[in-house]
Design a protein around this ligand. Structure first.
Ligand code: SF4
Length: 403
């Protein structure tokens, strides 16, 4: 263990630092057009085009805080080497701005952390979705200063899964096994080394867990089906006796509720009651608000929906899924450059899980009525939403608003 000579706690958020941070953050991400539209009821009429913004979209409190802290760290430690564990949030434009501040990625392209040459003068930023316990311990061993931007809502999930471990309850984590937040949560589900976890992605996988509980799948088959998504030493015959469901904070609420109901039912069927089942609602407030606002938007008559955000953003992906499930023409785009023309759009295909270019009259031609919904995930800055909105009007040949 390398001893640091630096104070263990530094207050980054002094009024003087935050004033400078706010100025820079506003400059990078603010949109006065989006603010004006929100104040005007989130509806824009321009010629034959009606654009409706969801009532809630874009940066959440956790993301704002993480960005503020990263910018503040740069100001408070102007000469130190600053490293970030992966991405501060899942938005490429924001991450490019962070890199432009001289904050380097601690992970290589394969996701492996490079901690070997870290020392006490270095500063490491933990992103909004947190990181794993072993990595934090490793960084501490090098004596680095840590700026932890982990969202409080993520930490509440950690509290729940630690409690599960203490009570010998296995945490069933509804989430994406490769997502940083789920990996961080899984590492906390081990508790003091006695806990266990299993990650399920969706309802289909949860139903396989239910089938095991009902005795319809062998342990061997179960373990190979879920390979890489459970804790070391996990024995389904033993560790699915007492379970607690937790979830990645940004999952689709309906799916999480269905997973919880299915597993509870499986336990009741086996045991006759649910005393071996724990349930905690850990969908975060911001995710919930954005999903609710989109549901409200989808109740309006719309010709198409644009969902703006990073393709690896979990909460944004779920917004796009909601549009598709509603049967509306939904386009998940990274930024305005994806709107190449009214006949060509680059977008993320949720099923192929890659960006594709589609040649199709996705946008009603100029002169025809068009009703367009726009929303964005919790990691998408307002200036990107503004650029998408302006691009739509440009392609439609409509005048710019508030000009
Ligand atoms: S999406 Fe939720 S959990 Fe994630 S940073 Fe925002 S508020 Fe926190």
């Amino acid at each position: 263990m390398i001893q640091s000579t630096h104070p263990s706690k530094v207050n980054l958020r002094t009024p003087e630092v935050m004033e400078r941070v706010q100025e820079q953050v506003e400059h990078h991400y603010h949109s006065s057009l989006v603010e004006r539209l929100r104040a005007a009821g989130s509806v824009l009429e321009s010629g034959n085009t009606t654009i409706r913004l969801a009532k809630q979209f874009g940066f959440c409190y956790g993301v704002e805080r993480a960005i503020d802290l990263a910018y503040a760290a740069r100001k408070v430690f102007p000469d130190a080497r600053l490293f970030l564990i992966g991405e501060i949030i899942h938005n490429p434009e924001v991450n490019a701005q962070i890199a432009a501040l001289g904050i380097r990625n601690l992970l290589d392209p394969s996701g492996r952390p490079h901690v070997e040459d870290l020392g006490p003068d270095d500063v490491v930023i933990v992103p909004a979705f947190g990181t794993t316990v072993p990595l934090v311990e490793e960084i501490k061993r090098h004596g680095c200063r840590i700026v932890d931007t982990t969202c409080g809502d993520v930490m509440s999930v950690w509290k729940r899964v630690r409690q599960n471990a203490a009570e010998e309850v296995t945490s069933i984590i509804h989430g994406k096994a490769s997502h940083e937040e789920t990996r961080a949560t899984a590492s906390r589900a081990l508790g003091k080394g006695n806990g266990h976890y299993l990650v399920v992605l969706n309802l289909r996988e949860a139903s396989r867990v239910g089938e095991f509980i009902a005795g319809r799948i062998s342990s061997g088959d179960f373990l190979s089906e879920f390979a890489g998504r459970f804790s070391e030493g996990f024995d389904p015959a033993k560790h699915l006796l007492r379970i607690g469901v937790a979830n990645q904070t940004t999952m689709l609420r309906e799916e999480t509720e269905a997973v919880q109901a299915l597993l509870r039912e499986a336990i009741i069927t086996r045991d006759g009651n649910d005393s071996n089942f724990r349930l905690f609602d850990t969908i975060c407030g911001a995710t919930q608000e954005r999903q609710d606002a989109l549901r409200e938007l989808l109740a309006e008559p719309l010709d198409l929906l644009l969902v703006v955000g990073g393709y690896n953003s979990s909460n944004t992906t779920h917004l796009a899924e909601m549009g598709e499930q509603k049967g509306i023409s939904t386009w998940f785009v990274r930024n305005q450059e994806c709107l190449e023309s009214g006949g060509v759009i680059r977008h993320f295909d949720l099923h192929r899980k890659e960006e594709v270019s589609t040649s199709l009259a996705w946008l009603p031609p100029a002169g025809q009525q068009a009703r367009i919904g726009i929303t964005a995930g919790a990691s998408c800055p307002n200036n990107l939403i503004e650029q998408v909105l302006l691009r739509v009007l440009e392609l439609r040949g409509e005048p710019l608003p508030f000009a």
